[in-house]
Design a protein around this ligand. Structure first.
Ligand code: KG4
Ligand code: ZN
Length: 341
């Protein structure tokens, strides 16, 4: 049978992505069309703009992915697609394309959870199945800790009580006047700054619960940058040097909490490996500090390779594992925009 590849689609937020992955989980093509340009002027993702852009881009991305992989639709053994969580209109575009292709080719359709897919991407750091492990997903929408027994068996250990880590970086960058998207520009500004210049709170770091909160840190940054309402104390002007110091100090606070909670989860579960995925896993300071912590604890660290950190469709190759376990989805499967776990 020449049908030997998975066609994977992801359109849950603002990237239109199509990948081709073979049965050995080799990524033959990984096409991502970013919509950053479209959303920049609004300072955030506008759902309706995102849906319309997905409609325009999904078929060109599909063509590109097949071309780059040297494969054709005749080689497709199954279609994997992210159906949850995400923006409802965005998810629907990818799912409709995936259903159509699966129906046309008469091959299985496999619905994928975006967050689990982010952790699946750690396999390309490990060069094998990285589980069992503690899993941290840090992205614009999520900050979740899991006990990952296998790809098919993730237990949520804790999550954020307010903002996600990436969201906090994005909002912090906006307060500091740094360009959209905020996470990467904050990292860049932080390079020139002193991480000890301003002391931001490390919310929940000193309690046992595996929970996160970033809104207090965000408010502290706002006050440090613009002054506290009603306060007579003047704040230093936002010179490039001050912005760099605030960026470095804020990044350090977020990283401290993320690394600290990973360490607590490793202790609580006794796992000997840590997997980290999602857009914020691209952050160089986070990667450095995770390396220190895991080396000290002598546990394995599998951080998703940078190209698979931010949203992409290759990570939806978790569909191969689901398919092998018989978890095929019916053609009337629907999207699940909210998180149900
Ligand atoms: O996984 P992702 O592409 O989308 C979601 O599922 O949310 O993550 C995007 C998030 C954004 O908040 C972005 O600012 C953040 O990841 N991000 C970073 C870096 N690169 C992307 N945050 C900090 N440092 C980075 N280098
Ligand atoms: Zn994501």
């Amino acid at each position: 049978d020449r049908r030997d590849v998975l066609l994977a689609l992801e359109s849950s937020c603002d990237e239109t992505a199509v990948a081709v992955v073979d049965r050995d989980r080799n990524v033959l093509a990984n096409v991502v069309a970013s919509q950053d340009e479209l959303h920049r002027r609004w300072g955030g993702v506008v759902p309706e703009v995102a849906s319309r852009a997905h409609v325009e881009r999904v078929l060109p991305c599909l063509d590109d992915a097949l071309k780059q992989s040297g494969k054709s639709l005749d080689d497709v053994a199954a279609v994997g697609v992210v159906t949850q969580p995400g923006l409802v209109g965005s998810l629907l575009v990818g799912l409709t394309a995936a259903k159509t292709i699966a129906w046309l080719l008469d091959v299985p359709l496999v619905a994928v959870n975006h967050i689990e897919a982010h952790l699946f991407a750690c396999r390309w750091a490990a060069d094998r199945d990285p589980f069992p492990a503690v899993g941290l997903v840090v992205s614009g929408g999520h900050t979740n800790l899991y006990d990952c027994r296998t790809t098919l068996d993730f237990e949520l250990l804790g999550t954020t009580t307010d903002d996600a880590a990436g969201e906090a970086f994005d909002k912090a960058a906006a307060v500091l006047g740094l360009p959209y998207p905020g996470g990467p520009s904050l990292q860049k500004a932080a390079l020139q700054g002193n991480p000890k210049a301003v002391r931001f709170p490390r919310t929940f770091l000193n309690n046992e619960r595996l929970e996160f909160s970033f809104s207090g840190m965000k408010t502290s940054l706002l006050y440090a940058a613009q002054g506290q309402p009603g306060s007579q104390t003047p704040v230093p002007p936002l010179t490039p040097e001050r912005v760099a110091d605030l960026a470095a100090s804020f990044q350090e606070a977020v990283v401290d909490v993320l690394v600290g909670k990973c360490e607590q989860a490793l202790k609580a579960t006794g796992r000997m490996a840590l997997c980290v995925g999602g857009g914020v896993a691209a952050n160089a300071r986070l990667r450095e500090r995770l390396e220190e912590m895991t080396a000290r604890r002598k546990v394995a660290l599998w951080i998703s390779p940078r190209e698979f950190c931010t949203d992409n469709a290759a990570m939806a190759a978790i569909a191969w594992d689901l398919l092998e376990a018989g978890r095929v989805s019916p053609l009337d499967v629907d999207v699940l925009p909210g998180l149900v776990r």
